[in-house]
Write a new protein. Sequence first.
Length: 346
Amino acid sequence: MLTEREKMILKIIVNDYTKSGVPVGSKALSSQLPIHVSSATVRNEMAFLEEIGLITKNHSSSGRVPSIEGYRYYVDNLLNPNPIDTSDMMMIQNSLSGRFRQIDEIVQQSADILSNLTNYTALTLKPEQETTPILGSFRLVPLGNHKVMAILITDNDEVVNQVFHIDSDLGGDKLDAVVRMINDKLAGKPLDEVITKLKTEIVPEILKYVKNPDSLVQTLDDVLMQASTNQFYIGGELNLLSFTDNNDISYLKPIYSLLNDTDDAAKFIKSSDNSISVQIGPELSNDLLKDYSIITGSYDVGPYGKGVIAVLGPTRMPYSRVIGIVDGFRNELSKKLRNYYDKYNQ
């Protein structure tokens, strides 16, 4: 249990180091305390905070910086999130007010907006529905030059498309026949069942119309997997370069690989209930992220599921401001997505 003065000293160290990146000394601390305290007393208090592991020396400097435990204590006990300011809220609302054709576009745009607001790397995960999406319809649209676009639409108006190449002898009549066969056999079925049937029942049927169906089948599999799994987006990946002290940036390559792997990334942006969570350094259970923190917030779209937004930054990020932005942003994103779903389900 810390005394009030020890709490004030720790809070000042965290706030000053967050702003400047410079270790905090006793003189700087003394001048900021609301009551007169000698530098000697402050040094004694700092020695105690260092002894219990909340602050630490940074190299040869006489100043102190927060430890991972110090950041954790600060976030849990001393932090007061700043309400999102008017200009940031206006930027969010203006950016989300555009016309979007798909849910994925909104969620992807959200990663860019959140990154621009914080100057850190942002991650967004679209809402995960409690029930498996159902195949509404499937189309093949010729584009010319032996290219065809496969378009899949689910029961909740999600649209996934992908372009692939076809053989020169695959004409419009054959494409239409393939489309009719797929819709007759698979429309109205859950996507996980459609994926299974594609490999067991549909391929032999496609062979009746297409001699070399590999590219078509692979494209079908790709759009099905994309529609049935959570879509994950990253904004501001290059922002990781802005707060590194390491001149050799090659160490960032495995971090970029980690972020771009949906399964791996989803593991460390967990958020329960409707809360804001903060994971710091080793709490992320991945050594690549030991010098980073992640602030995560879930957003609720009612019957259409819950999604996640997150900000990845250095452990010395301004937690009060970023938490306020994440909290305000998730509420606006929830409103936008609810309005989108409501319009398409009228």
